[in-house]
Ligand binder design. Sequence first.
Ligand SMILES: Cc1cc2nc3c(=O)[nH]c(=O)nc-3n(C[C@H](O)[C@H](O)[C@H](O)COP(=O)(O)O)c2cc1C
Length: 218
Amino acid sequence: MKFFAVNGSPRKNFNTAQLLDSALDGVKDVLQDAETERIDLYDIPFNGCKSCFACKKINGRHYGRCVYNDDFKATLTEITQADGVILGSPVYFGDLTGNMRCFLERFMFPFLAYSRHEVVEHKKMPVACIYTMNLSKESSYEMGYHDLFDKYENVLTNIFTKPEHLYVYETYQFSDYSKYVSDLFDEPERKHIHETQFPKDLQSAFEIGQMIAKKSLK
Ligand SMILES: Cc1cc2nc3c(=O)[nH]c(=O)nc-3n(C[C@H](O)[C@H](O)[C@H](O)COP(=O)(O)O)c2cc1C
């Protein structure tokens, strides 16, 4: 069995990446023989949907599949055939990162049938979404982040299955705050959150991985 974590952060060792790794550890905890892989989207030169509509063409050779023949095609095909997928993205300007959006366009659109009668046959794998952000829980609700997350998750639900999710707030943004202009933030408080809350978030990510593994067996 194969499980993917898709990292929508350009950073490969910070909050999102660590949470995704923990989720994959959770998968392995349940399914020792499972193969797990983290895809770092910012390592791959790729674009989002180019609106060619080959995936919707009547009797088309590529109906229900992304025809875009780029460096990402093989990996995208593998992810769509996985037994479980865990997506992780930081919030950038109140949304997912650009590369995560590009990924979701390619991951989801081919499976979205433009029809009341036709369906696109594909694997309905368990999915999870992990979001990391600078804002606090209260501010993120005030800013409407969760409405947006729900919007993405509704599409994922329609195509795959209802995602598990984890929101991680007030992340530690740099490894050394003294090197950056960052007086907007209370560094000791952030450090405290990082030392007390982030380990719990890692544990929650681990448990999400366990759930994805268990769901894949149903
Ligand atoms: C370009 C950019 C834009 C950001 N915009 C937001 C934002 O709108 N809201 C927010 O809460 N955090 C924002 N952040 C902070 C990141 O979401 C947060 O630090 C996240 O945990 C980073 O994930 P990483 O450590 O995995 O890279 C932004 C960070 C960057 C670099």
